[in-house]
Design a protein around this ligand. Sequence first.
Ligand code: ZN
Length: 315
Amino acid sequence: MNLPEEVAELDWRSPLPAGFRWPAGKRAAACFSFDVDAESPILFEHPEAAGWLDTMSHQAYGPRTGVPRLLRLLDRRGIRATFFVPGYTAERWPAVVRAIRDAGHEIAHHGYLHEGGHSAPDLATEEVRLLRGLEALDQVAGVRPIGYRGPMWELTYRTPALLVKHGFRYDSGLMDADHPYRLAVSADEGAPSLVELSAHWSLDDWEPYAYLPGITGSGVIASPAEVVARWELELDAMVEEGALFMLTNHPFVSGRASRVVALETLIQRAQAIPGLWVATAEEICTWVETLDLRPVVHRPHEPPFSTPVANSPQS
Ligand code: ZN
């Protein structure tokens, strides 16, 4: 096989990738992000639920009750956050999305109806969804986002090039790194690139908290004290690694009262760590763009078992 190297040279002694550094005086970063999914993921995955008032009310808790409470929290702590908003959420809850904007937070793209990338049969479908989400954010809030987060974190190998084509500067959701990196859209020499701000399921509130009978969750709902203790461990460890702590909360999940109280303790802890930069994804992207980083190329896999194996019993 003649493939380009995934990692050209492994320098395992330094926790920081080659060429990476934070702004002067900073040794790590934390981004508090909120995915305002509301009804959209349920409507996409379970269109029959459109007529279920109980289920829709569970999702409406996010924009109706969770977002205002979270905006008050962010205002109390004096920090700006990044809100990833599906286009359908913007159309359904325009005053809420405009309030997020007016409170000074970043608004980024999160699909139109929260369509996971794996569900797109082709590039044209992905592009239609991307453009529809852009159009909704523009019409409702006059916002042109620079950041994208795939619903369910799902990306295809064609998504990065599509994002570059439409002027996006970062993606947030791949899971192969702790530090921001340059994500090349192809292996071609001089190919354009995005900034990647990685995330992870363990720093997402959906898994420990969310429960909708028959739709999501096991019904075992974790205590906010336990969840925040888990996130604090990761925050402290990521700071020691000089990494990016990217936390993802959903207002319909983490907008509940005791979860907001717990989240506030985490934010206070982050704010008390010397040299920890609490920033929006856009601010972090803008910083990373100033660095001279070797782009990372993700090559699609071709399963080796699709070709006859030498010396197999059939050969
Ligand atoms: Zn989402």
